[in-house]
Design a protein around this ligand. Structure first.
Ligand code: FPP
Length: 217
């Protein structure tokens, strides 16, 4: 079976750059190229939704040159993407600069007519904050029905998350889609994110195929 929704923690960009004799911040533009390779193949294979962790709220305390490189990659992508993916962002975008927020609006609007695979980009996102926020919204409405809570998560409307892949050798979720990943298959790869190829995307789908899913039953 092809996963309906697959998420990536794109780790290892800084290490990749250093290993290639470049400053860490150079890793992110190569990371963006890897994302386009991976998403392109998953789209061909019929995956409904792809979610990626581009920046956690905690990452905002990183050195300025690294943050600028991530934001430059995001803005460049938003201004130049004219492909067939439907692009959506989630996270606290309003807290970022007007330049970023405007480019996000622009790419979301431009690609909203695309009917196939969605690419959902977490930017200035943290799962615990998102969960608390959704719970508060549901409570404020005077009811605490699960449906009310789910529709208030920033990932509301996306298909159930079937798989989370993390590159770069670490084996943790780092505050990414914690509620959504309750029954997701987890896959950890030692490869650094900028080295990811279309064949690696196929390998993730092949691994998913092998997993026996029980959902606690
Ligand atoms: C972790 O790698 C990854 C990030 C902090 C951000 C990744 C962002 C991109 C690849 C740009 C994506 C652009 C768009 C438009 C979605 P790290 O550099 O912290 O890894 P390391 O320090 O472990 O090597």
């Amino acid at each position: 079976m092809i996963p309906r929704h697959i998420a990536f923690i794109m780790d290892g960009n800084g290490r990749w750059a250093q290993a290639h004799g470049m400053p860490r911040y150079e890793g992110y533009k190569h990371g963006l190229e890897a994302l386009l390779r991976v998403a392109g193949r998953l789209e061909q294979r019929g995956v409904g939704a792809i979610s990626v962790f581009a920046l956690s709220t905690e990452n905002l305390s990183r050195p300025k040159d690294e943050l600028s490189a991530i934001f430059d990659a995001v803005i460049k992508f938003n201004k130049t993407y004219f492909g067939t993916l439907r692009i959506n962002y989630f996270g606290d975008i309003d807290a970022l600069s007007d330049d970023i927020a405007d480019s996000v609006d622009d790419v979301e609007r431009r690609t909203s007519i695309n009917k196939g695979t969605s690419l959902n980009i977490a930017l200035n996102y943290g799962a615990q904050t998102d969960i608390v926020h959704a719970a508060k919204l549901a409570a404020d409405k005077g009811s605490f029905l699960e449906d009310e809570f789910l529709s208030s998560l920033s990932t509301a409307g996306l298909p159930p998350l079937d798989m989370v892949v993390r590159t770069g050798g670490e084996r943790r979720l780092s505050n990414f889609m914690l509620y959504e990943s309750a029954y997701a298959e987890l896959m950890f790869m030692d490869k650094l994110w900028p080295d990811m190829t279309a064949d690696d995307a196929d390998a993730a789908l092949a691994e998913f195929e092998k997993r026996v899913r029980k959902f606690g039953k």
